[in-house]
Design a protein around this ligand. Sequence first.
Ligand code: ZN
Ligand code: ZN
Length: 168
Amino acid sequence: MEDSTLSAQWICHDDNKRKFLEALRRPTGIKEPLFPILVPFLPISSPVETLDWLCMVELENNLPAGSVNSARWVKPVIHRAQNQNCNAQHDTCAICGHEHRTKNCSSYKTLHCVSCEVDDHSSNDQHCPTYEDKCATLNAKHPESSMMYYPTSEPWTQVMLPPKPAPY
Ligand SMILES: [Zn+2]
Ligand SMILES: [Zn+2]
């Protein structure tokens, strides 16, 4: 992944590493580099703040224990719209749109996008027009969502992503 490569290069600079460590308040040093990632389409019933959930994510994705350091919602729970609760109380497959976890999907090449209600791409398609639309709207409303890191009071987290190149 391009972002991970960039972050890995970034963390290799001693000055950045020092700032990163200061931000983490861990004087002992970095064992593994940490990368912030954004996960779209997470059911809002996911208990992301719990250790159990982090372990479950590691297990489900065959990640080494401890590789998922922490998780939080981009949008704080308290700011959720009331009607957001009915959106995702169950797991909706990001490939075929049926009610099961995406990793348990057994539909062979049966695509369905829940957002667009069409069958020519899956819900987790990066080029889903509804997804791209929502991202554009969100980015316009919340500049922090086009930032490389979750912005905190630390200046190094307040870095904007370079603008997307125009499609040819
Ligand atoms: Zn499925
Ligand atoms: Zn779509």
